[in-house]
Design a protein around this ligand. Sequence first.
Ligand code: MN
Length: 291
Amino acid sequence: MTSKQLTSVLPSPTPHWVGDGFLVRPLFSNFAFGQEVSPFLMLDYAAPHEFRPSEQPPGVGAHPHRGFETVTIVYDGEIEHRDSAGNAGKIGPGDVQWMTAGSGLLHEEFHSREQARRGGKVSMAQLWVNLPAAHKSTPPAYQTILNADIPVVEVADGKGSLRVVAGAFGAARGPARTFSPLHVWDVDLKAGGALELPIAQGDNVLVALFSGAIVTSGRTIAQAGLLTFDAAGDSIALKATSDAKILVLTGKPLNEPIAHYGPFVMNTEAEIRQAIDDFRRGKMGRLEELA
Ligand code: MN
């Protein structure tokens, strides 16, 4: 295998609050919603943050989405979701919620009631995955992927693990159903641990370093951020110099136009106008207030 060369290191941006529940860093920075990151759109990472106990769960209230998928990975704490398609669920550490907004829905994302009452650490990542034009109108769907159902590949010498959330790694296949070929690998590398990642020819590849330090293509990266790589080559070698948390995303670019406005991601501006109109007319459904 030939190693890909590192082309850029985007530093971790200043965090901002999503509602009052998630203090996130948008790691794709200026690459978000661009062709360089297709089929992915953006990645928000909320580093561990301590919340005070509260009777009112923090989070973000009802808002719409259309034309893509939101993938939430919980690292610490418990998050609860509810949407206008009638789906609801709670996910805890290691669990993943893969929501297909498709033709459109409303949803809300909060710390669970129990999590809010006891307070404490919450950490998560939310990845947005684009849908191919042919599937943007697919009915909304919801996959709860529990930690126990995610295959784990052990790193040599007990120096960490790679969880296959989507796609495959060697013989291990991830449980997520996807609309285009992609891989989501959730990696913990202990200091001294090394991993070689096979990358399909032509795939975009993004390595998000959440914490710790790694060496790749001869450079030491000791700050959280996003790494991008050259098109040439078919593998990436990572070595941790301190315990590192990493999310690796690779996928076949969709090569379709991207029109993006707030919570809607379509192919044309006309489709964006239609989405805004449909949302205003209540065509994306409703969420009843909880008693
Ligand atoms: Mn949302």
